[in-house]
Design a protein around this ligand. Structure first.
Ligand code: NZQ
Ligand code: ZN
Length: 387
């Protein structure tokens, strides 16, 4: 195991009926709150009214920014920054999925920066000061509710960049699984795949002797598999929604990467696709991840054998390591397919036209990954496997 430092200051408030605490939590940071929401789901499910009632009960001044799109745009961030500056906002409250939370973090991080927010994110400039952020999560997927990162898209330049700051861990995140009952089937599936992908990015590592981190990862994957069946059969299964929500948070709050080298190539490969084609992140990962697994397998079959035998209970008797590993990868593909996820770029009508361009974008800041270090040509090969 490598040396590591772990500090995660986000207060998680988990369970039924917890949203009524939001007014009290926000009040701890001041009187003026910017409520950030997406395309309307929070209004349709009645959550918006509950949030506003709780904020009003504490006499808070409420400002709003709605219409955050999946793959949140830098244009929304600029709007949010303007509202914060003009009204001296004390806290940015995200109510929604990962996109709404990411946009809120980006706003909070850009508000004290003199230049354009896009420069701040895309040039990797250090965020020196930020507004506090609180979240009410409505979709289990990104883990953004308990990490300091955000991902913002620029449609003009066809770029999607990730950025972050220790200042942007949400101060509190309210997670009521009931608020995820209404997530449409396809977004439920994309969320589950995103969570699994976050686990894979940290699980497939050459760092030796990390049995605790490995078993945490395997337990999240096995739980996800079991609960995915239940939630697709009954979207209002509280326990299944709760377990998937907790899986999403634990998959990307720093636990799984303790003392380990991590990979993250597949995320870079996917972000380049969604930058050019604006597809859902989890849908892109469903296509890319099993192909990445096949492509990097020869860099170390042991970890893939462990994955196949422990997560998928593959019987190793009479099989070579490579056969066992490939069976595990096949099971992964089957699981994604059973849930109805896309399996090729063609499912999004994406042809071979822009593979070079996407690979160029994915490697704009250098090679990707660590299990196998991937250059532009490797990434083109992976895209070809995805066609
Ligand atoms: O916009 P609304 O109307 O709210 O609808 C959303 C949206 O259409 C809908 N939705 C959310 N909660 C709902 C609901 N519909 C009904 N009932 C509910 N309770 O679901 C759709 C997708 O929402 P979105 O927030 O885009 O999904 P997700 O949470 O998957 O976020 C995806 C974004 O997060 C980034 C992705 O790249 C993508 O931009 N990521 C952020 C990460 C991070 N901050 O750590 C890590 C991830 O790897 C990822 O890259
Ligand atoms: Zn992801």
């Amino acid at each position: 195991m490598n040396n590591f430092k772990f500090h995660n200051p986000t207060e998680l408030i988990f369970g039924k009926g917890q949203v009524e605490k939001v007014g009290k939590k926000v009040k701890e940071y001041g009187d003026k709150v910017l409520v950030v929401t997406g395309g309307g789901s929070v209004k349709r499910i009645g959550l918006y009214d509950q949030v506003i009632a709780s904020l009003q009960e504490k006499d808070l001044d409420i400002y709003e920014l709605s219409g955050i799109k999946p793959n949140p745009r830098v244009t929304s961030v600029r709007e949010g920054v303007k509202i914060c500056r003009e009204n001296d906002i004390d806290l940015v409250l995200a109510v929604g999925g990962g996109s709404t939370i990411d946009a809120s973090k980006a706003i909070a991080g850009a508000v004290f920066y003199d230049g354009d927010p896009w420069d701040l994110f895309s040039k990797g400039i250090r965020i020196k000061k930020a507004l506090p952020v609180g979240t009410i999560l409505t979709l289990a997927a990104t883990g953004s509710e308990m990490n300091p990162n955000f991902v913002i898209s620029n449609l003009k330049t066809e770029e999607k960049v990730g950025a972050g700051s220790q200042l942007l861990y949400p101060k509190f995140s309210i997670l009521d699984p009931v608020n995820t009952f209404t997530v449409p089937k396809e977004h439920t599936v994309y969320g589950i795949i995103d969570i699994a992908a976050h686990v894979y990015e940290q699980y497939f590592s050459h760092t030796e002797s990390t049995p605790i981190q490995d078993r945490w990862a395997e337990s999240i994957l096995k739980t996800l598999r079991e609960e995915s069946v239940k939630v697709l059969a009954d979207p209002e299964d509280y326990d299944a929604r709760a377990n998937i929500m907790l899986a999403g948070t634990l998959a990307l709050n720093g636990l799984l990467s303790m003392g380990k080298e991590t990979d993250w190539a597949s995320h870079g490969i996917e972000h380049a696709v969604s930058a050019v084609y604006d597809i859902p992140h989890g849908g892109g990962l469903a296509i890319i991840f099993p192909n990445w697994m096949k492509y990097v397998l020869d860099e170390g079959t042991d970890k893939f054998v462990q994955y196949a035998t422990r997560v998928w209970d593959i019987d190793p008797a009479g099989k070579s390591d490579k056969e066992i590993a490939l069976e595990g990868i096949e099971k992964t593909r089957e699981w994604f397919n059973e849930m109805g996820a896309p399996s090729s770029l063609a499912d999004y009508d994406i042809s071979d036209e822009n593979l070079e361009l996407m690979a160029q974008k994915a490697t704009a800041k250098g090679t990707r990954g660590s299990y196998k270090v991937l250059d532009k040509n490797d990434i083109v090969e992976i895209y070809k496997m995805c066609l």
